[in-house]
Design a protein around this ligand. Structure first.
Ligand SMILES: [Cu+2]
Length: 172
């Protein structure tokens, strides 16, 4: 029988600890398009390439309030200089216009709100530059009750209508 010296044992222990932490890190990365803070769950944030030097981009996601009380998305940051606005699209006389929702987006208890193309959507404004397909935009969302949460938008190509990650995992 081999006797393990305390120094060796220490090394083994450190190795096990390192393995444990790298495993949990990769598990987190696998589910990285779902984010939670308090009662709020944010799923699949995504954006779209903004061509031609435009420094704004769309910001889509699904937000669920699993709590007993309403909460409110009041804004957020995007990349180094940008911020998130929540817009409502309205069409009248064939003309579609967007308006920022000034008082924030209320999400009732048990409610899921989807920010998506052609409807209520997020707009990332004042970005340092237009995002490119395949990139990630780091940002935060600020909720009145749940607080701030860090998220990442997956950037898809110009013209896509669905989250790039969801599109990649579907086989139609
Ligand atoms: Cu808009």
């Amino acid at each position: 029988m081999k006797i393990i010296s305390p120094a060796t044992l220490y090394t083994i222990l450190l190795t096990v600890l390192a393995m444990g932490s790298s495993q949990s890190a990769s598990a987190q990365a696998a589910g990285s398009d779902t984010y939670r803070i308090g009662a709020i769950v944010v799923e699949a944030p995504w954006s779209r390439e903004a061509p031609g030097g435009v420094k704004r981009a769309v910001g889509y996601m699904r937000i669920t309030n699993t709590g007993q009380n309403p909460d409110r998305l009041v804004g957020g940051t995007a990349a180094t200089t940008g911020r998130l606005e929540v817009h409502q699209s309205t069409t009248s006389d064939g003309l579609t216009q967007m308006q920022a929702i000034k008082d924030g987006l209320v999400i009732g208890p048990g409610e899921t709100v989807e920010l998506k193309p052609g409807a209520m959507h997020g707009m990332l404004v004042d970005l340092p530059r237009g995002p490119k397909a395949g990139e990630i935009i780091k940002g935060t969302l600020m909720f009145e009750k749940a607080g701030a949460i860090e998220i990442e938008y997956q950037v898809g190509s110009v013209g896509i209508r669905h989250a790039p990650t969801a599109a990649a995992s579907h086989h139609h």
